[in-house]
Design a protein around this ligand. Structure first.
Ligand SMILES: [Zn+2]
Length: 297
């Protein structure tokens, strides 16, 4: 393990323990004032377990916030287009898959909808014919790393390699340079952002996810998850390969069943599915109007 990874792991463990201690202290304080809580957590063991559960929940909420909103000013990261528009974009991650991507392409062709495929470099190398078909049918491509790895845990050399190698294999097969990057699981860091800037690639995250990588998710659930929530300007995340811990394969039949209804449902809501590049033309920068900038003084 590299020293950087050791450092990051150590920081993570320290933050986890620190947060856990803080939550435990707070809990003990509240317990002193709340009879019901004091009764339910009357022994140390229950109190300790409850604190750990609260710590994990807090971390998951923070991680969710970091993926969906970010913690700082991020004009270089795109999570949506213009919320004033009625446009949405469809994106598919983790492919190409020889099994599911062609089925998705058939549906998109029939519905005359264009999408963007964020592909894993090693899958591109294995299934070049699928990639060629994606391009031939007018869809867009993005880089989703070579091995579907978590960006913040990589050494800088490996991070660079993951991005460059994927750009290279996509270019070799399609003669096109992928203008988009998407980090696996939405986990990016400053090095990734700087690299994207240097390479002229835009980092694209998403607004809503079908969470369709779970094999237990039914087609109806995916449809309602997307169609009920979707609003103008949103970038929708779906998967043509991969599962919870596997980078490739999984069972995506529920998505294949759901996709025609997702497209119909979005259109019935008055939303127009357009290519990502068009959606981004109208993307808003981060709102800074509240900062009261006065450059004349
Ligand atoms: Zn992924």
């Amino acid at each position: 393990m590299s020293s950087l990874m050791n450092m990051r792991l150590l920081l993570f463990v320290l933050s986890f323990v620190g947060l856990g201690v803080l939550i435990n202290l707070l809990l003990n304080k509240i317990k002193g004032k709340n009879r019901y809580l004091a009764k339910s957590l009357n022994n140390r063991y229950a109190s300790f377990l409850f604190s750990i559960a609260l710590t994990i929940t807090t971390l998951l909420l923070l991680a969710n916030f970091y993926v969906y909103y970010g913690f700082d000013y991020q004009p270089d990261i795109y999570r949506r287009g213009s919320s004033q528009s009625n446009y949405v974009a469809l994106t598919f991650d983790d492919g190409p898959s020889p099994e599911y991507t062609p089925l998705i392409l058939d549906i998109l062709k029939e519905k005359q909808v264009k999408a963007t495929f964020f592909m894993v470099g090693s899958h591109v190398k294995k299934y070049p014919e699928v990639v060629k078909r994606i391009i031939k049918e007018g869809h867009e491509l993005g880089n989703h790393t070579y091995n579907h790895v978590n960006i913040p845990t990589l050494k800088y050399n490996d991070l660079t390699q993951e991005i460059i190698q994927t750009n290279h294999i996509i270019h070799q097969i399609t003669e096109e340079f992928p203008v988009y990057l998407r980090p696996p699981r939405g986990m990016y860091d400053a090095r990734y952002r700087r690299l994207a800037h240097l390479l002229g690639q835009r980092i694209i995250l998403w607004t809503i996810s079908g969470r369709d990588w779970k094999s237990s998710t039914s087609a109806d659930t995916i449809v309602s998850r997307i169609v009920n929530k979707a609003k103008g300007g949103e970038i929708i995340l779906l998967h043509d390969s991969g599962a919870l811990i596997k980078d490739e394969g999984g069972n995506h039949m529920a998505l294949i069943q759901a996709l025609p209804s997702i497209i119909d449902g979005l259109q019935e809501k008055g939303l127009e599915i357009i290519p990502l590049k068009e959606l981004l033309e109208e993307a808003e920068g981060e709102d800074i109007s509240h900062l009261e900038l006065n450059i004349t003084e």
